[in-house]
Design a protein around this ligand. Structure first.
Ligand SMILES: NC(=O)C1=CN([C@@H]2O[C@H](COP(=O)(O)OP(=O)(O)OC[C@H]3O[C@@H](n4cnc5c(N)ncnc54)[C@H](O)[C@@H]3O)[C@@H](O)[C@H]2O)C=CC1
Ligand SMILES: O=C(O)/C=C\C(=O)CC(=O)O
Length: 354
């Protein structure tokens, strides 16, 4: 076994159908009295219901979360938290809403209670992202890690099937890259394998019955484990490609992860054989990259960047950006091979066995 450093991040998790009922207790445990409830505009009604339920413990609702946290939204939310004298923020929603909570915490240190309704996994990481003047910057700060996470599968029962599948694949990408991360460790690898297996079990169940609470529970459990892996060990080529395609070409986050993952894994196949064996075992496939591609396609997810609005003419520029300041990767980053990977992903062909 290689030497490693294991640095646990503490977050309290309350898990199970109906666990939203414990929100007031969880706020009290944080010593907070005035919670600002955050959501996207589309989730405003649910956020208002939560605020109403909290009564005097709610300072108000800010329903302005936007994907990739534009600085303007972060400034507005920070000002609203100050104006309402909030001493805690509740992020009710997906990665965008959790991201907005993180932007508030980054400046003020306000504790965050996250109530995830997608499978992005952001609630388990100290990673934040803020977009300013068209450029997305990411960073790590322990202050932004939510203090409490409430996983209530009933809240994700209405997540559309298409987004459920792509969001689940977003979580799986964290675990897959965690298995070949430079700073991987045996504990995170266990979580990664279990997270991949839980998500691979959950997605077909959600597709056949979106209201299946057991499948929704498995998916949230998987998201928790995969998010924890992302929060503890490094990202590699796959995340770099997705941050390039999302940040510079505005491709939708979860869908982009879904399309790119099999190709990034194929790129790394020869350099990380043990990780590949663990990914394949977890998802019940013979081959990691091919198994991830089949999982996406069989569950109705997009497999081609061209179907997400990516222009073929932009692939050269995407390759240039992706190879500049690369994240550490088990296989050296070669521009020609990355350009070929992007072509395959654009076309939607099955990942080659490399
Ligand atoms: N910092 C980190 O560790 C991570 C950050 N992220 C960030 O999170 C963002 C993407 O988050 P996602 O969760 O993919 O999307 P999202 O939070 O933008 O949600 C997508 C859409 O689904 C809606 N929605 C959410 N939950 C729903 C539900 N249960 N029922 C019906 N509609 C629902 C939202 O209102 C929104 O319109 C990106 O900005 C990404 O960079 C993602 C993963 C990890
Ligand atoms: O790509 C991901 O799913 C992981 C990290 C981020 O999205 C970074 C962020 O913008 O918060």
């Amino acid at each position: 076994m290689n030497a490693f450093v294991y640095n646990a991040h503490a977050a309290r998790v309350v898990f199970g159908a109906g666990s939203l009922q414990h929100l007031e207790r969880e706020i009290e445990l944080l010593g907070a009295r005035r919670a600002l409830v955050l959501s996207t505009p589309g989730h405003r009604m649910q956020a208002e219901q939560v605020a109403q339920h909290l009564g005097t413990k709610a300072a108000g609702v800010f329903a302005g979360a936007v994907m990739h946290v534009p600085i303007e939204a972060a400034r507005e939310a920070r000002a609203e938290a100050g104006r309402l004298r909030a001493d805690c923020a509740i992020a009710l929603g997906g990665g965008s809403t959790v991201g907005l909570g993180k932007a508030i915490a980054l400046e003020s240190g306000l504790p965050i209670v996250a109530i995830p309704t997608t499978y992005a996994g952001s609630e388990m990481t100290p990673i934040y992202g803020i977009t300013e003047a068209g450029l997305k910057k990411t960073g790590k700060d322990a202050k932004v890690l939510p203090r409490t996470v409430i996983y209530d599968p009933e809240l994700s029962a209405g997540l559309p099937v298409a987004l459920s599948v792509t969001s689940g694949m977003n979580a799986m990408a964290h675990a897959a890259e965690g298995l070949y991360a430079q700073d991987r460790n045996p504990i995170m690898s266990l979580m990664a394998e279990e997270g991949l297996a839980a998500m691979a079990r959950a997605l077909p169940g959600i597709v056949s019955d979106p209201a299946d609470i057991e499948a929704r529970s498995q998916a949230l459990y998987g998201a928790w484990l995969c998010g924890t892996v992302l929060g503890n060990v490094g990202m590699a080529l796959h995340h770099k490609l997705c941050h390039t395609l999302g940040g510079s070409f505005n491709l939708p986050h979860a869908e982009c992860h879904t399309v790119v993952l099999p190709h990034a894994v194929a790129y790394n196949t020869s350099a990380a054989p043990e990780a590949m064996a663990r990914i394949a075992r977890a998802i019940g496939a013979d081959d990691a990259a091919g198994g991830l591609y089949d999982l996406a396609r069989e569950n109705g997810a997009p497999v081609a960047l061209r179907d997400l609005g990516m222009k073929e003419a932009d692939l050269d520029r995407a390759a240039d950006i992706a190879v500049s300041n690369p994240y550490w990767n088990p296989r050296p980053i070669e521009r020609t091979a990355i350009r070929a990977l992007l072509q395959d992903a654009w076309r939607g062909s099955p990942p080659p066995t490399r």
